[in-house]
Design a protein around this ligand. Sequence first.
Ligand SMILES: CC(C)(COP(=O)(O)OP(=O)(O)OC[C@H]1O[C@@H](n2cnc3c(N)ncnc32)[C@H](O)[C@@H]1OP(=O)(O)O)[C@@H](O)C(=O)NCCC(=O)NCCS
Length: 338
Amino acid sequence: MVREWDPRTASSAEIASLLDTLNAVLAADLPQDPPWRESSMREYLAEVMPGERRISWVAQAEPGADGSPGAILGHVHVLLLGDIGVLEVLVHPAERRTGLGRDLVLTAARRVYQEGFQSIGVEVVGDTPAVAFYESLGFSKEYVETRSVLDLSGVDWAELSEMATGIGAGYHLEFHPGGPPDELIEAYARAKAEVRDVEDGELRPSSYDPQRLRDSLDCLHRRGMKPYIVLALHEQTGEVAGLTEVVVPVQHPTRADQYDTIVVQDHRGYGIDRAIKARMLMELRSAEAELTEVQTWNAQANEAMLKVNAELGYRPDREWCEYSIDVAELVHRLDAGR
Ligand SMILES: CC(C)(COP(=O)(O)OP(=O)(O)OC[C@H]1O[C@@H](n2cnc3c(N)ncnc32)[C@H](O)[C@@H]1OP(=O)(O)O)[C@@H](O)C(=O)NCCC(=O)NCCS
């Protein structure tokens, strides 16, 4: 049975059951990834940026003979932003290939269509059943990135410390756990607006204006995802010449996510990229006791960024793709196949 589901009012048992399914999916599809924990799971599922909406549905097993609620065997949610709905679907490995995934997508797609949105996008992890699934539904591949993972136990900290200080004269680095301080928000947003080398999936909104940046940081905190920032400041102008952002989610604090790394065009060639990333790793090492890995996503064409990541010890892990489809076409196709 597929029904609309609101994580804000769901019972704790349902949240725990969804987490079990997520971890079963990870164990089946991405066995090297750390399992998720229950901390702030409800907030992770419920909280959104101002102006965005996330609508969720679950597929739940029948109640037990004693009246206990059935397990959550499948889940879909769609985040409505701009003119696109960003989809995420999970089906418990024991329930796959019965048409449940297709039903969940159809349920979400009908709503996205009714709400007047044009297209649906989804992140698809290479080498998992999701590739054949979305291709069978008619989605097409728009964009491919490579996820790389850095194992902190293999890092040469002495070398890293040298990298962190190997920056051109006239710049200094600052570390800001929690996000940039308010007096730097405007300069920070200007640097983000100039973004060229973005280490970020297209489906994640970037924050170019100060208010959107504040909202975005706020939203991360509410979802249990702690941002850390290292900035390179240009001493002469006070401008942010470079920045790197890492988020440590309370749901999987052993593996952090690298978000944007940006070096503003005029400040390229001074070793800023290498220095800010190296400094970040050193800071994280002392700030986050449980952290053992950092993962990052790069466009395959971004050779400069890939080179620095390789020097830091990142190893390519898998392809991470964006697929999309026109909503009307998807609904029509799925309805016709029923
Ligand atoms: C992708 C996923 C949702 C598919 O769910 P499902 O319930 O098994 O899908 P369906 O049964 O509706 O399959 C529909 C069609 O997709 C295709 N398909 C699905 N899984 C497939 C597989 N493993 N191999 C080949 N084709 C597949 C088939 O064409 C299938 O139709 P068929 O069974 O009649 O041949 C499920 O595997 C899943 O939850 N994956 C994890 C997704 C994810 O986001 N992971 C993130 C962390 S890894």
